[in-house]
Design a binder for this molecule. Sequence first.
Ligand code: URA
Length: 432
Amino acid sequence: MRACDIIARKRDGFAHSRDELAYFINGYVKGDIGDEQMAAWLMAVYFQGMNEEETIILTDLMLHSGEMIDLSGIDGIVVDKHSTGGVGDKTTLVLAPLVAAAGVPVAKLSGRGLGFTGGTIDKLEAIPGFQTSIPTERFLQQVNRIGIAVAGQTSSLVLADKKMYALRDITATVESIPLIASSIMSKKLASGANSIVLDVKFGSGAFMQEKERAELLAQTMVKIGNGLGRRTSAVLSSMEEPLGYAVGNSLEVQEAIDTLQGHGPADLQELCLTLGGQMIYLGGKTSTAEDGYVLAKEMLESGRAYEKLLELIHAQGGSLENGMVQAQHQYAVKAPVSGVVQKIRARDIGHASMLLGAGRETKASAIDLSAGILVQKKTGDTVQAGEPLAVLYYNDAFAHRVEEAARELQQSYIIGDGAAHMEPLIWKVISE
Ligand code: URA
């Protein structure tokens, strides 16, 4: 077999056999096949695509290319969740304690963020004292003891994806559904859960903006998960505007706490109950996802989910006693005209929060955990000229960027006359 022949087969639109894919992917990870041949193959896949069987085999090979987490020591069915990401997406902070309270063990390995705001691990670090780096043995013991642990991901999972993703980034081959699906799913599967619930977002603040492509991505990932023996479902949800009102690490933690205390934003609560219902069902605690939703609601309304969050924080050394870190300054961004908010370009709000220091521009950038934005008006709200659209939270180090962030934020709001077109938050659920 020669790498060049494998590239030619994909270029000419043929489907690969397992042997061909194994030769190519394993050869690349070992260094026998170089970046130039992988780049050519990625471009061939970009144009020719991959069928379902090839995509499942590719994911399987990628998943075995690095360390794999063994969660078999945990009692019960471990269900993981993955979100394709968005602006103000703090669902994990609500969901993890919610499903743990319902008896589904949560062994969550999360990442740091690049872009708009931090990832779950950055957000948790906004809680004073919270330790996100814990040894594997202690992590597993904690899950068995209190039903929940959330820690930072190790960097040795899925070596194939590390190399391939970096190459895709510089060869204009990121936007290929089989490559995205295998990249995401190989990492999720290597993290060891028995079942997976995917939150796939579409809209202006989503990675996959078009609804139909987001659906195709969700279907492909559900097929991969189920094809590799993990029960997997996906919820397609709108990211046309920020989720909830808070964008930025400590502001998002506070909003997650408010939600667990029963007074959070309606959209965040609804998404968490829907995803929670799926997770509770796949975790074997109810016989349908609808019953899972009801149980999730019970956990929220009874305060048991909030108590579970407090247990998690305590177990990992954190404390809410003195609140979260606070930004030094606030700046209200005013509406330039009166009317009804027709649309909010979520991506621009995310970018404005990054300008204030809430997100990383590069992997090496420092993140300011107290910076961010509290949105005051959402789509469909009436606003008077001069009323605040949002409040910016920032510290001295980023003060020079406030005017730019304010301008970007003001321009992200489309204000007009008449009722706004509202995209439903949850569009579809794709089940096994
Ligand atoms: N996120 C990933 O992990 N992989 C992709 O290919 C795209 C987004």
